[in-house]
Ligand binder design. Structure first.
Ligand code: BV8
Length: 255
């Protein structure tokens, strides 16, 4: 790729054309996708009570085993804050892109459920969903605010509840991961949005797509390990780029 890339406008229009002609598109989002909704990214420093903790140190089975109440409280803090936030125009644009393009698979590392709230139907949640709980037996139940127990007991079996997310050191759901790897290996265009491309195995999906010959695009104000493999890089926020990309896809479609 040339260092001095052409202006952004033609590149957006060009990517819109490539997306419209693509047999299949895979989109993979990370915490930056929800930043404009007010959800701090994983690499943002935490504030308040949790400022002295690193998420990577709290989102582990060891932390939960050592102090279930403290880890539960951290999730209650995140879930309560999330309850007052909403998907932004970028989430909605992605949901509409899924409607107007051939075959779009949406993969997310995020646990906030914002893609579904914005209208995306099929979402591969690699790291689970913070709006659900589960117990060691795998019984799942929706999160309810204001429950006194820290953590509460599973309504089905009485076991200890934990958030239905994948912690560091835990394996991802095998079927979800298999579907995500397949979508990366078989797509003709792979779009990476709002991820530092550090956490595995999600971080490898873009490389799998590139190795299989897909065209890569990246939406992230910062560069990432995937930037060098990306034909299209937009160093701007998702909430700005995605609605503009959608407009160009829709305009070209009606031409
Ligand atoms: C696994 C759920 C097999 C929880 C998350 C040692 C022991 C065990 C494992 C490992 C080990 N060393 C390495 C590993 C593997 C480990 C890993 O990758 N660690 C990292 C730290 C190196 N992975 C795992 O453990 C995974 N499991 O490998 O299983 C196994 C099993 C046992 C033993 C060995 C192997 C499980 C990983 C899942 C962890 N759970 N979340 C919760 O949320 O509480 S991950 C967490 O990080 C979030 O889901 C988050 O989404 C994800 C990744 O981060 P990003 O999404 O990329 O977010 P980040 O903040 O980093 O970046 C944001 C980006 O957005 C930035 O680039 C920024 O520039 C950009 N941005 C900002 N604003 C915007 C924007 N972009 C666009 N628009 C904007 N407005």
């Amino acid at each position: 790729m040339s260092a001095a890339r052409p202006e952004r406008e033609p590149r957006l229009a060009e990517l819109a054309a490539v997306l419209r002609d693509a047999a299949s598109v895979t989109v993979s989002t990370g915490a930056g996708m929800s930043a404009e909704s007010g959800v701090p990214t994983f690499r943002d420093t935490q504030d308040g009570l949790w400022a002295k903790y690193r998420p990577e140190d709290l989102a582990t089975p060891e932390a939960f085993a050592a102090d279930p109440a403290m880890v539960w409280d951290w999730y209650e803090w995140r879930r309560t804050r999330l309850a007052g936030l909403n998907p932004h125009a970028g989430h909605r644009a992605l949901a509409q892109l899924q409607d107007c393009l051939a075959a779009v698979t949406l993969i997310t590392q995020n646990v906030d459920g914002f893609h579904q709230l914005a209208g995306s139907a099929q979402v591969l949640e690699l790291h689970g969903n913070i709006r659900r709980n589960r117990c060691a037996a795998g019984h799942r139940s929706p999160w309810q605010a204001g429950v006194a127990e820290r953590p509460p007991a599973c309504p089905q079996c009485g076991g200890l509840l934990r958030p239905d997310v994948v912690w560091f050191g835990e394996s991802l759901d095998s079927r979800t991961l298999e579907a995500a790897c397949e979508a990366a290996a078989q797509c003709s265009v792979f779009v990476s949005i709002g991820t530092s491309t550090v956490v595995e195995p999600a971080a490898s999906l873009g490389r799998v797509a590139a190795a299989a010959g897909a065209t890569l695009a990246e939406v992230n104000p910062q560069t990432t390990p995937l930037s060098a493999l990306s034909e299209y890089c937009f160093r701007e926020p998702a909430g700005k780029v995605l609605p503009e990309l959608l407009r160009r896809v829709q305009a070209r479609g009606s031409a």
